[in-house]
Write a protein that binds this ligand. Structure first.
Ligand code: 13P
Ligand code: SF4
Length: 322
């Protein structure tokens, strides 16, 4: 039996024995998605963590996702296979600087994307994800002054579709910010029937090329339901695994980044990967379950404040049926 097969069997055995649930984001490696009990986008992962009755949650994703689960489930053990798996977007919004910005605009309602540290969520009124940002912004009276952070591209997109004029924090995800407009246009020429799917963390000129803009879950749903048979996908390429599984007869083409990484040896495809998400491996997942380490912890004072903004998101999402 291969080492990978052994590892997979051991992971499933340990999960059962320990009443652990393995949750994975669509951006982690396909073999991790395949072994998980639950896969989803950021909103679905938070919703699932909030309602699970497992004793242990293993969050296969980046650190802020583990923090969100730990805040929502203070009585459970939340594990993350690699605690060094950070997020450039969360890092682009240091809590102390964001708190200062918030303090300078005391009349503003503060909306933060879920891709933030717990400390940034603690100075936030309502958390949002790309699945519910539009609806949550629109649920506030039109005249409400809003601070939106940290993703400037998502903020600009929400401003453009809602007609709001939210004050934006200048943060970005390095993966979504580096898609190449020119390369997508070339792909469109080569595949004239292909629909272009774009995550709203991408820059405005890339969003303009889209047939569909949405969160990873929304893009997946669209790809399954739409009549087209070819899709150019401008989000982290891990989502192609689930797209291909759910719609095996269709063709999914990853949109390339500005720079090709193939010569450095770190990338062999022209796709755009988040190196933090790819830090989650079968070996790390196995060790993490076996040793029940590393545990994600959040300072209780920060958690007490952050849970208010996360729960507001979950409540509004539930009322809106999201
Ligand atoms: P969603 O899961 O909300 O689509 O967010 C994408 C992302 O960048 C997660 O890190
Ligand atoms: Fe963060 Fe971007 Fe990676 Fe998502 S894809 S975890 S936003 S760096």
């Amino acid at each position: 039996m291969s080492k990978t097969m052994d590892l997979k069997q051991e992971i499933r055995r340990l999960a059962k024995e320990k009443n652990a649930v393995i949750m994975a984001h669509y951006y982690v490696d396909g073999e991790i998605q395949d072994i998980a009990d639950f896969i989803g986008d950021s909103l679905a992962l938070a919703q699932e963590a909030a309602k699970t009755d497992a004793d242990i949650i293993v969050l296969c994703g980046v650190h802020f996702m583990g923090e969100t689960a730990a805040i929502l489930c203070p009585d459970k053990k939340v594990l993350i296979p690699d605690p060094a798996a950070t997020c450039s977007l969360a890092e682009s919004c240091p809590a102390d600087k964001f708190a200062k910005f918030v303090a300078e605009h005391p009349d503003h309602t503060v909306i933060s994307y879920v891709n933030t540290t717990a400390a940034t969520k603690a100075v936030t009124d309502i958390v949002v994800t790309s699945s519910n940002a539009r609806q949550i912004v629109e649920s506030l009276p039109e005249e409400t002054p809003i601070i939106f952070g940290p993703d400037q591209n998502l903020g600009n997109y929400i401003n453009s579709i809602t007609g709001r004029n939210m004050l934006l924090w200048n943060g970005a995800c390095h993966v979504h910010a580096r898609f190449s407009v020119e390369k997508i246009i070339e792909l469109k020429k080569a595949h004239p029937g292909a629909k272009v799917l774009v995550h709203p963390e991408c820059k405005g000129p890339v969003v303009k090329l889209a047939d569909k803009v949405g969160s990873t879950a929304a893009l997946l749903k669209y790809a399954i339901a739409d009549k087209a048979t070819e899709f150019i996908v401008a989000t982290e390429s891990g989502i192609l695994h689930e797209m291909q599984k759910k719609a095996p007869q269709k063709t999914f083409i990853p949109a390339p980044p500005e720079e090709s990484f193939s010569e450095s040896g770190s990338h062999t495809c022209a796709c755009n990967e988040c190196e933090y998400m790819k830090m989650v491996t079968l070996e790390k997942l196995y060790r993490c379950l076996r040793d029940e380490q590393p545990i994600v912890t959040v300072d209780p004072q920060i958690a007490r404040k952050a849970i208010v903004s996360i729960n507001r998101m979950l409540e509004i999402s539930s009322v809106l049926g999201l």
